[in-house]
Every structure is written in C-alpha cells, then in structure tokens.
Write a protein that binds this ligand. Structure first.
Ligand code: KG4
Ligand code: ZN
Length: 339
C-alpha cells in the first residue's frame, strides 16, 4: 500500500507543508517570511510568531492541492532540529498533535538528513555510496553516505557557513537579505578575476571549511579601496570574485574527498546549491565520468517535500520508531554513524 505522507518544515523562516504519496510529491507549499529583510537578518521571535499565524493555512493548501484528505494520511513528518528552537517547536507540535489526533505514525526528521536526500526526491531508491555536500545558511557539511541514513561526516564549517558568508558579504555591499540569490544574479554580469579573495584553510582537517575570513577580506578590501560612501563600487565584479572563491573551495574539498574515498557520485544540496556558478562547476564533472546530483531549485532552499521524502526513505529502508519520535523532545539526531 502506498503511504500518504504529510510533511512540515519550520526550522527557520519558511513555513512549509508538503504531501507525498510514497516518493512522489503531490504538493509542496512554501510561505517565506519576507519581512525579515528589513532587519537585515532573521529575527527568531518574529519567525516563530509568523509560523503560528500561517501553519494551519499552509497545511490546508497543501492538502487541497494534493487532493488528499486528513484521514488519508499514514505518516506525518516534521523537522525536529537543528534550527531556531521557537520556530521548530511550532511545526513539530503541529505535526505531533496531528499524529495523536488522527492516529497516524510520526517521524521526527533531522534537517541535514532532509537536505542530504533532497537531490533524489522522486526516486524510489538511491545508489550508494555518494558524497553529500550540504551548503545552506546554517551549515556547510561534507558527508560520506554509505547507505540509507548511514552517514560519516568528513568535514564541516568551523565558523560561518557558506550561505552565511553570502548573506554577510551582501550586507557589506548594501544588498538585501538573503544575499545568496542576489549575489548569484549580480555575479553573472561581473568579472570573477577582478580580485582574488583568499579563503582560509583549516589546519586539523582538510575537509573542514572556514568562510569567516573571506567575509573580513571583502570588508577590508572595501574599506581600503572605496573609503568614501559615495564612490562607485564595482559590486558585480566583487560579487563574481567572492562567489568564485567560495565555489572553488567547496568544489576542491569535495573533489579531494572523492579521490581519497574513490566515490564518483556527488550530491550537492541546501540553499547555496541553487547557485548557478556552483551548479555549473560541479556539472562539468559529468564529462569526466562523475554522477552529479542537484535538487530541483524548489527543493534547494528549505521546503517540506524533502522532509517528507526523508520520512519515506526512513519508513521503507531504515529504522522507524514512531512512538519514540512522538515522545522525544526537539532535536532529532543527525544520522552520523562512524564507518
Ligand atoms: O537551506 P536554506 O534555505 O536554509 C538553511 O537551512 O539555512 O539556505 C538558505 C541560504 C541563505 O544563506 C541564502 O543566501 C542561500 O541559502 N542561497 C544562495 C542562493 N539561494 C539561496 N546562496 C548562493 N546562491 C544562491 N542562488
Ligand atoms: Zn536548510
């Protein structure tokens, strides 16, 4: 029997609900809280309140669009962490209440797990092993995935995440929040060789990332070369040069892991995986016999379809303890098993 899955995602500033029939997405509804841009970043308390205001309506729209009723649901899944705690609790408690009221199974999903499998949404099964590069506003993680939910973290951001660096550099350039998509667009018309911004290396682990230094180097570059506010700053060239430095680092570390672990299957996900230059750079590898996977753009940034898909995979291929999940507090553990 196919399983109907209701999935909820409220870990940050998107209120999202999706309905899946097994691996197939029937609806994927996202309400983004645009008002944060006027504060230059997310205000957690306002985010939680906005989730409360619209979660009911977003879930209703998801049901309507999917042509599915409340009684049809077999599994309800929600992001249980990591994320903003107030925001997480809204979606998590909505989903738990739904599960208790309707007697459905409940799955608490880890947000990183959901991103890891998002490039495969729609597939009944996945080929292993693969390298997963999750690049979002909160995380930059390189993972060796040997089987469903058997993950070994090879490296991660030691300071700012890649998306965070995009957002902070955008702010330095006077651009809006979130900065990633804006920098992506402006960089398309800029000269990526305008200036070489250095990316710091991390001493202890070749697979770890550090992006806070590049943000500081953009800041000093601007102060040094454009000290007067009214000066014409070559924003497009700076965006292109900064983006090139970040993309190259992500690419080189992933490629090194691919060579060392002899894995030529690479899946890139998370908000930054929407980036045009990043996609182009990794996709080039297909000519060299690599298999490259990116999520569809609507599944790159936070969404509920990926939460539902992780629940589908967990239910079909891995351990799934509904009772335990229902009585666990927020934070669902990341499936990090040492291999
Ligand atoms: O995965 P996501 O929606 O939320 C988190 O889990 O953090 O990622 C959001 C991040 C933001 O930092 C945003 O600036 C970045 O993804 N982002 C991009 C692009 N689209 C979104 N960064 C670079 N290029 C893009 N096209
Ligand atoms: Zn995310």
């Amino acid at each position: 029997m196919p399983q109907i899955i209701l999935a909820i995602e409220t870990s940050c500033d998107e209120t999202a609900a999706a309905i899946l029939k097994d691996n197939i997405v029937l609806s994927n509804i996202i309400s983004s809280q645009e008002f944060h841009s006027k504060y230059g970043g997310i205000v957690p308390e306002l985010a939680s309140r906005a989730h409360i205001d619209c979660i009911d309506e977003i879930a209703n729209i998801a049901f309507k669009k999917a042509g599915v009723g409340v009684n049809d649901v077999d599994i309800v899944a929600a992001t249980a962490g990591p994320g903003l705690i107030g925001s997480l609790l809204v979606g998590l408690n909505f989903a738990k209440a739904f599960a208790i009221a309707n007697g459905t199974k409940f799955s608490a999903d880890n947000h990183i797990d959901s991103h890891v499998y998002s490039p495969f949404i729609g597939r009944e099964s996945i080929d292993f092993p693969f390298l997963s590069l999750v690049v979002s506003g909160g995380h930059t993680i390189l993972i060796l995935v040997s089987n469903y939910f058997a993950h070994q973290i090879l490296g991660q951001a030691q300071d700012d995440a890649a998306g965070e660096a995009f957002d902070k550099v955008a702010k330095l350039l006077g651009l809006n929040y979130p900065g990633g998509p804006i920098i992506d667009k402006l960089a398309g018309d800029g000269n990526e060789n305008f200036h070489e911004f250095p990316v710091s290396s991390v001493k202890d682990n070749i697979y770890d990332f550090s992006f806070s230094g590049i943000k500081t180097s953009v800041l000093y570059f601007l102060r040094r070369n454009y000290p007067n506010k009214n000066e014409d700053i070559p924003v497009k060239d700076i965006c292109a040069s900064f983006q090139k430095a970040v993309v190259n680092t992500l690419y080189e570390k992933t490629l090194r892991a691919s060579e060392n672990f002899k894995v030529k299957r690479i899946a890139v996900s998370g908000g930054v995986s929407a980036n045009t230059a990043l996609r182009d750079k990794f996709n080039e590898l297909e000519k060299k016999g690599y298999e490259i996977f990116f999520p569809e753009i609507e599944y790159s940034t936070d969404n509920a379809a990926m939460v539902g898909y992780a629940a589908y995979l967990k239910n079909k291929y891995s351990a799934f303890d509904s009772e335990k999940s229902l009585h666990e507090p927020a934070f669902a553990n990341f499936s990090n098993k040492q291999i």
